[in-house]
Design a protein around this ligand. Sequence first.
Ligand code: ZN
Length: 431
Amino acid sequence: MSTTARFDRGHTDDLMAFLMASPSPYHAVATAAARLEKAGFARVRETDAWDGTAGGKYVLRGGAIVAWYVPEDAQPHTPFRIVGAHTDSPNLRVKPLPDTGAFGWRQVAVEIYGGTLLNTWLDRDLGLAGRITLRDGSHRLVNIDRALLRVPQLAVHLDRSANSDGLKLDRQRHMQPVWGLGEPTEGDLLGFVAEEAGVEAADIAGWDLMPHPVERPSYLGRDRELVAGPRMDNLLSVHAATAALAAVAESEGPLPYIPVLAAFDHEENGSQSDTGADGPLLGTVLERSVLSRGGSYEDRARALAGTVCLSSDTGHAVHPNYADRHDPTHHPRPNGGPILKVNVNMRYATDGSGRAAFAAACEKAGVPWQNFVSNNAMPCGTTIGPITAARHGIQTIDIGVAILSMHSARELCGADDPFLLANALVAFLEG
Ligand code: ZN
């Protein structure tokens, strides 16, 4: 059995729209949810009682989403097939008292979120987006998608060693964006945001706001074989997984597994939060899915024992100018298909058995794939894979797409890889 859904370059066009619609994790999950609703998924609330009916369902919590599709003939012990990803990207985030400035410049006080490549945020036109919480506890998404802020770089005349010795940026002193002229006044930024959101400033009781580059994603290269854009780590995976889950749900074929999308927040700083992979969110949802279908603890244990998770996140393509930073024989390339990430010290959760499962899914989908492993002399990154494996006892395989400039404000990947990934995910979810 296999779905007729085959993704192509149209999927990559759609990724660009997804990126633009998702300047914050809160927007990313709302964008994913809207697409799933189009495919017939319905939101369930964690505070409600759940029924065990068949069909597509999803839970939203902050910047995280878990969605799953229960086939008509699913048993309480039917195992899950999960695609895991993360919705957050390294960036700048607005501080609690944001109004600051000096010498006639209005500035916004920001913190640094995650492993941001700081220099890539200089001299970029930035908008402002995120979530505001009103006094009544309700949330509003805000997206001021125009050139509003900028972190201006110091002129080379005033920093003669910037090119010879490398640019040195102080995370506190040098990263505060300007957003106009005038004396900083308390309440200024939030008053402005309130106006843009169409609410009274006095009604805003909390906020989670972050600048984002307003430049559109674009195809790049002689034959437009590359894509440049923001937040591809890891909205590329969230987008592919959302599209794959919707396609599998709509295919109406028999499914031996319950396909699941789990997109978490806070991966870029260790996943420890109520919406992160190191929290109970996924485990609770899977458990409630089993119990609401009349399952027992035994059924839950049986389901999890047969469950497999593909943890999809970006990895490093070989950089032509820095080939020595990569392993000498493993050279993932753009448009070579998804990468299988291996690290024997379990920075990635893949083992030989996982390799076999991933290779089978790619073979079934007719998708090429590549091996990724770090140079032994370089520290290896990690992702939600090992956390998911350890926390839930689920077999997990780390995969993804090889990109350049990871954690830059504007990353670069092959234009075919997003849809090659989506096709592999469909084959995996179908089982
Ligand atoms: Zn990532």
